[in-house]
Ligand binder design. Structure first.
Ligand code: ADP
Ligand code: GLC
Length: 514
């Protein structure tokens, strides 16, 4: 397996030719966001476009898209989408990705996308995802033909785009799109898109793809598996996660396949968009600040305490959480230890998140029990997410697994050292604090246990009170860290080139199972 932790390509290896890149994604900042995938595809597309590449993006036109007032219908619309038993139509809209020249095509289809949710159709039924995302992958290909624009590479993101590489290797044989290389990025292998076998018929894919060395898994269609099998190259969002998903614990059933494709699997760490996430320019904050002058951070802390109804206190360490409330994030550890933490330490905790109702209830309960010291805001609020990392002293991120994670990078940039479990991208981005030296950018713990979490919060708390100069050094180290996209964009350019070279050599469905 190729691991590129801190990619530093030699000058002469940097790709200088313009690449035609089609991003196919279920989420995209600034138009629609559920989690970090949206930030990543938005920022990577912008960076590649600013480097001169011809970047186009395909995104469903969900009813909840924002910031698309300037979108215009494509002249050649409607797009004819060639599914199995039926021909479907999509109205296509065109809008620029702000800050660059990338074009985003929005696919409108009332039955599939006219609802507010990304991972659930207008009917509210997740089973519709089989049709919605088969349609999406198929439409992205048909759009290229209609535009007369054949990309060099299609970059797919997660299971909703898994069928696209399968189409290119089957239905598109002998057609112009057959030449196109594919890169599949795995943002999270926990979600794979399992659907009944008749999805193939609907999608118009041949029976030959229903094999264990293609789309079939446990008698069903597994879209992510198909994407992994059929892509020219596979990436995931950190080197450590690239290793973890090849083991039983991390692979969620795909570990053997990922080992089988290890030579084509590359871990590339995500970056952050500093135009969006920098305390020096962030317009969501009441005051801005920099590593040289943290005065504005005090104002942000006061504003965060007000927003969450916490006691006004500048000298009490404030721990924040900005997270989807899902099993992956390990927040049950906070539920288990929250009361004890508050009883034994002089701290405040502010939780911003939404998701699992049990976790939501548990945090509301802790807030009721500890007014002024524990607070939760159940919902999705981008401004509050910015204020949370700016106004807090620490971020809590005890993830059970974490492919990359962005919140910890944002918090480091904003001078709030993170407390993280040592897993996935958290290992690759957070440098362990070395007590007595001031080295490090945060606090890591290994075992996913309440005790380890409790002790590490205690360690952070004592650093704040007992070693303030070392705490200040940790803040400075995180704020100085380079999380910009450039290095990872270099690597993606290189991977696109490798994918194109591999594609030129041709493709055959492997006859053997891993
Ligand atoms: P994941 O993609 O697994 O959710 P990441 O750390 O990669 O985790 O990215 C999470 C992104 O979602 C960050 O940009 C974070 O600020 C944002 N986010 C998560 N929960 C919320 C929320 N409740 N309100 C606003 N933003 C949120
Ligand atoms: C996924 C992962 C997260 C990663 C994000 C962007 O949502 O859970 O760790 O940062 O994708 O790649």
């Amino acid at each position: 397996m190729e691991i590129l932790a801190k990619p530093r390509p030699k000058k002469d290896s940097i790709v200088s030719t313009v690449q035609k890149i089609l991003m196919v994604t279920p989420e995209l900042v600034p138009f629609i966001k559920v989690g970090g995938l949206a930030d990543v595809v938005g920022a990577l597309s912008k960076t590649l476009s600013q480097r001169g590449h011809d970047v186009r993006i395909v995104l469903p036109k969900y009813a909840s898209l924002t910031g698309i007032e300037t979108a215009v219908p494509l002249k050649s619309s409607p797009l004819i989408v060639n599914l199995g038993g039926e021909t479907a139509y999509a109205q296509v809209w065109e809008v620029s990705l702000p800050g660059c020249e990338a074009i985003c095509y929005l696919l409108e289809h009332n039955l599939y996308f006219d609802g507010p949710e990304v991972y659930c159709g207008p009917s509210g039924n997740e089973a519709d995802n089989a049709q919605r995302f088969s349609f999406f992958s198929r439409a992205a290909i048909d759009l290229c033909y209609q535009l007369g624009w054949i990309p060099d590479v299609v970059h797919c993101h997660d299971w909703p785009t898994g069928l696209l590489p399968v189409y290119l290797n089957t239905t598109e044989q002998g057609k112009p799109m057959e030449q196109v290389a594919t890169v599949m990025t795995l943002h999270n292998v926990q979600h794979q898109g399992y659907f009944p076998k008749d999805t193939l018929e609907f999608a118009g894919l041949p029976e030959v793809t229903f094999r264990s060395d293609s789309l079939e898994a446990y008698g069903q269609v597994n879209m992510l598996k198909g994407g992994i099998y059929h892509s020219s190259k596979i990436t995931t969002v950190s080197p450590t996660y690239a290793r973890e998903i090849q083991e039983e614990d991390g692979g969620c059933g795909l570990e053997k396949l990922l080992k089988f494709r290890a030579a084509d699997l590359i871990g590339v760490i995500n970056g952050i968009d500093e135009n969006e996430w920098s305390p020096e320019t962030d317009l969501y904050l009441p005051e801005r600040y920099s590593a040289n002058d943290l005065k504005g951070k005090t104002a942000c802390k006061a504003a965060l305490q007000t927003a969450f109804g916490l006691n006004q206190a500048d000298n009490v360490p404030l721990f924040s959480i900005v997270s989807r409330l899902v099993d992956q994030k390990g927040l049950d550890l906070l539920v288990a230890t929250g009361q004890r933490l508050l009883e034994t330490m002089n701290i405040q905790i502010a939780v911003l998140g939404t998701g699992d109702p049990t976790l939501e209830q548990a945090f509301k309960f802790l807030a009721n029990q500890n007014p002024g010291r524990f607070a939760s805001y159940i919902g999705f609020d981008n401004q509050l997410a910015h204020l949370s990392v700016a106004g807090s002293d620490f971020l809590l991120m005890p993830s059970r697994f974490e492919p990359c994670g962005l919140s910890q990078m944002y918090s480091m940039k904003y001078g709030a050292p993170p407390i993280v479990r040592a897993t996935g991208g958290l290992v690759d981005t957070v440098e362990q604090y070395l007590e007595g030296s001031g080295l490090g950018t945060g606090f890591r713990f290994d075992a996913p246990t309440a005790e380890a979490f409790y002790d590490t919060v205690g360690w952070a708390c004592s650093t704040y009170f007992d070693r303030p100069e070392e705490f200040a050094q940790l803040q400075a180290n995180g704020m100085a860290a380079d999380f910009r996209w450039d290095q990872s964009a270099d690597t993606y350019e290189q991977i696109y080139t490798w994918a194109m070279e591999a594609r030129k050599k041709g493709y055959q469905i492997e006859a053997k199972s891993p």
